[in-house]
Design a protein around this ligand. Structure first.
Ligand code: HEM
Ligand SMILES: *[C@@H]1O[C@H](CO)[C@@H](O)[C@H](O)[C@H]1NC(C)=O
Length: 330
């Protein structure tokens, strides 16, 4: 009897532990809106202020921060890995040609982080700061607002070669769909998020093959509006990879995050091959036409898709760490 009692006591103790463990893992696997409400109530306002100041001075920073969040989330999940600097024995994502020298806005993240560390040390992750900054950028240059669930933790690994897994501007629609599907994002979400190319710039080598050396029979991409191609040739006169001039990704309202990107695709003025293919490919053209027509619907969907992108493979709970400085692991 005595041994039965103790074994059932043992069992109930064990199930408490197991229940407690399963509670804590399920709680840590999800992000939460207002995560810092009690631990650092000023955090989101500090980020917003840093973004507002920087973007008022240079609207291109909004583009940089939105792109930085995308590049963070697509490689090792949204863990701030894109923010880490190389060390003597490791080359980090930041050095990959997709990120260097074009990725911009690091100083905004560093500034917000320094201000937050001063009042709430080791509390707010760099991955969350970047997610907030992308949201605040979308609001500042597009009036698009969406809630950002937080509670991401910072990773300790960043490897240059892993950024090879970012989608390329030469991708066709199937390759783009596949790249996003690998991260749990649908074709419609891929098309919606590509609307971020409504702002910011691209360097000549990312599209100049479309102007100078398209294929064996066409030197110029026939899916590009010829007047637009002529204009681009004045900006990028050669296909030299060292031409570091830039051109606005969206022709009509280059500093406004809006659905005009899709309207421009209809005019065959998409800058990157991966942009224009969304109209020419049968699997995505309907979505482009829809977004071109319904701008406010696109804006709502953009916010939702950004929030979803922001939850790719996040570290939570006791995983990772809260970096003290966003460029270095603790
Ligand atoms: C669909 C696949 C995508 C491809 C192939 C792609 C590729 C590119 C390329 C080649 C550039 C130009 C970089 C340069 O030369 O400076 C660029 C810029 C940009 N991308 Fe994407 N991108 C994609 C999706 C996205 C997504 C999902 C977002 C964000 C939600 C995004 C946001 C941006 C922004 C804002 C810029 C301008 C950056 C700046 O001005 O600093 N892109 N992208
Ligand atoms: C070149 O591109 C055009 C337009 O996309 C296409 O019709 C043609 O088949 C391509 N030619 C070669 C040799 O790939």
């Amino acid at each position: 009897m005595a041994s039965m009692a103790s074994s059932s006591q043992l069992f109930s103790k064990l199930s408490c532990i197991i229940f407690f463990l399963s509670l804590s893992t399920s709680a840590s696997a999800t992000l939460k809106v207002g995560f810092y409400q009690s631990s650092c109530p000023e955090a989101e306002a500090i980020v917003k202020n840093a973004v507002d100041c920087a973007v008022s001075r240079n609207p291109g920073i909004a583009a940089g921060l939105i792109r930085m969040h995308f590049h963070d989330c697509f490689i090792r999940g949204c863990d701030g890995s894109v923010l880490l600097k190389s060390t003597p024995d490791n080359r980090a994502e930041r050095e990959h040609p997709a990120n260097f020298p074009s990725l911009r806005g690091f100083e905004v993240i560093d500034k917000a982080k320094a201000q937050i560390e001063a009042i709430c040390p080791e509390t707010v992750s760099c991955a969350d700061i970047l997610a907030f900054a992308a949201r605040d950028s979308s609001y500042k240059v597009g009036g698009i607002s969406y809630a950002v669930p937080a509670g991401r933790r910072d990773g300790r690994i960043s490897i240059k070669e892993e950024a090879n897994a970012l989608p390329l501007p030469s991708f066709n629609a199937d390759e783009l769909i596949n790249s996003f599907a690998q991260r749990g994002l649908s074709a419609a979400e891929m098309v919606t998020l590509s609307g971020a190319h409504s702002i910011g710039v691209a360097h000549c080598p990312t599209f100049s093959n479309r102007l100078h050396s398209f294929n064996a029979t066409h030197s110029q991409d026939p899916s590009m509006n010829p007047n637009y191609a002529a204009y681009l040739k004045t900006k990028c006169p050669s296909s030299s990879p060292s031409d570091q001039s830039t051109v606005a990704l969206e022709f009509s309202t280059p500093n406004r995050l809006d659905h005009r990107y899709y309207v421009e695709l209809k005019k065959h003025r998409g800058l990157l091959s991966s942009d224009q293919t969304l109209l020419s490919s049968s699997s995505t053209s309907r979505m482009v036409l829809e977004n071109a027509k319904y701008g406010s619907k696109w804006a709502v969907e953009f916010g939702m898709a950004m929030a979803k992108m922001g939850s790719i493979d996040v570290l939570t709970g006791w995983q990772g760490e809260i970096r003290r400085h966003c460029s270095f692991v603790n």
